[in-house]
Design a protein around this ligand. Structure first.
Ligand code: GSH
Length: 308
C-alpha cells in the first residue's frame, strides 16, 4: 500500500495510526499541502485531498473508503470489534464531518496558526491561506470564539463516552476512535500552545495518549516518481462482482464526473465501471501512467454524467 500524504495532515494521521494499530508496513509518498499537486493528478485525475491510497493501479480516495480497503486487506485487529458497525461508522462520520471543522477552526485561531506556520516564509503562509479559502468556496473559517465553545462541548461529550471504558465505544479501539483522534491529535501535537482546551477533559487527554501509542507501523518512504512507476507497471485489480446499484439513471460505461460534495470539489472524470452500494469506480487512461481505477465512497460524493 502506498499512502500519498504529508506530515501535518490530520486525515492522513488517521490512516497512519491505523497502519500502526494493524502493525503494517507501508510505503509513503510526501505530497504538497496545496495545489498544484503535479505527481498526484496523474493518479487521481482531479481529486486533490489528502490522503490518497494507491495499490498498484488502483487509487482510493477519502479515508472512509481507505479504511474499508485496509480493513479488508488486514482484518485483524479489527476496526469494528467494539460496537455494532452502524454505530461505529456513524460516530466516525460525525467526527470527520462535524468535529473536524470545529477543531480545525479552534486549532487555526491566530495563536495556533502562528505556531504551525512558524518558520514558514510569509509567501508560503499566504499561498496556504488562499488555497484553503478557495477549498471552502471563498468562505471564512468559523470564528474562534464559536469554535472554542463548540469544541469544548464536543470534548465534554467525548469525555462522558470514556467514563468507565478505555476507548470511545468499549474496551477496544474502533474506527470511531481513529476518526476522533486525528482532530485531537492536531491540537495536542501540532498546536500545543493552545492544548489547554483539553485540561477540562483529562479522560480525553489520557485516551489520546493511549491512541498515540499505536504508532505508525513501518513506513518506507518512496518518491512520487516511484509511485507513478508502480502505477504504470500495474493493471487495475479485477472488480468485485458486487451488484450494480443505479440511483442516477447512468449506465455503466458512461463518461461521468465524481466530486466531493463540499470542501475541495475538484472533479475526477472517467468511465463508470462500478457503482456498488458503497462505492463508485471510474476507469481513467492517463498519458503518463496508463489505465487506472479510481475509487470513491458513495457517501459524500456527487456523480454527474458528462454531456457528450
Ligand atoms: N473526507 C476526506 C477529507 C480529507 C481532507 O479534508 N483532508 C485535508 C487534509 S487533512 C485536505 O485535503 N486538505 C487539502 C489538501 O491536502 O490538499 C477524507 O476522509 O479523506
Amino acid at each position: 500500500m502506498i499512502l500519498h500524504h504529508y506530515p501535518t495532515s490530520p486525515f492522513a494521521e488517521k490512516i497512519r495510526l491505523i497502519f500502526g494499530y494493524k502493525h503494517m508496513e507501508w510505503q509513503g509518498v510526501e505530497i504538497p499541502m496545496v495545489m498544484p499537486k503535479p505527481n498526484l493528478m496523474p493518479l487521481t485525475g482531479g481529486y486533490r485531498k489528502t490522503p490518497v491510497l494507491q495499490i498498484g493501479a488502483d487509487i482510493y480516495c477519502d479515508t472512509a473508503l481507505i479504511c474499508d480497503v485496509i480493513e479488508h486487506s488486514v482484518p485483524t485487529p479489527s476496526l469494528y470489534n467494539a460496537a455494532p458497525k452502524g454505530l461505529v461508522r456513524t460516530v466516525a462520520q460525525w467526527a470527520d464531518n462535524l468535529l473536524f471543522p470545529v477543531a480545525m477552526a479552534y486549532n487555526f485561531q491566530p495563536q495556533g496558526a502562528q505556531h504551525v506556520m512558524a518558520g514558514m516564509p510569509p509567501e508560503v503562509v499566504k499561498v496556504f491561506a488562499e488555497d484553503r479559502k478557495a477549498m471552502r468556496g471563498g468562505g471564512a473559517r468559523m470564528p474562534p470564539a464559536d469554535a472554542t465553545a463548540m469544541y469544548k462541548s464536543h470534548l465534554r461529550r467525548l469525555s462522558t463516552m470514556l467514563e468507565g471504558q478505555p476507548f470511545l465505544l468499549g474496551d477496544k479501539p474502533c474506527l470511531a476512535d481513529f476518526s476522533v483522534y486525528h482532530s485531537v491529535w492536531f491540537t495536542l501535537v501540532k498546536v500545543p500552545v493552545i492544548d489547554h482546551i483539553l485540561d477540562a477533559t483529562p479522560l480525553v487527554r489520557d485516551w489520546a495518549h493511549r491512541m498515540a501509542a499505536w504508532g505508525h507501523g513501518k513506513e518506507h518512504t518512496i518518491s512520487a516518481a516511484q509511485a507513478l512507476q508502480v502505477a504504470a507497471a500495474a493493471q487495475p485489480a479485477p472488480l468485485s462482482d458486487d451488484v450494480f446499484q443505479d440511483e442516477h439513471g447512468i449506465p455503466l460505461g458512461s463518461e461521468v464526473t465524481v466530486a466531493a460534495e463540499s470542501f475541495g470539489t475538484e472533479p475526477t472524470t472517467g468511465k463508470l465501471v462500478a457503482a456498488t452500494r458503497t462505492r463508485l469506480t471510474l476507469e481513467r487512461n492517463d498519458p503518463q501512467v496508463g489505465k487506472l481505477h479510481v475509487h470513491f465512497p458513495r457517501m459524500g460524493f456527487i456523480m454527474k454524467k458528462v454531456d457528450t
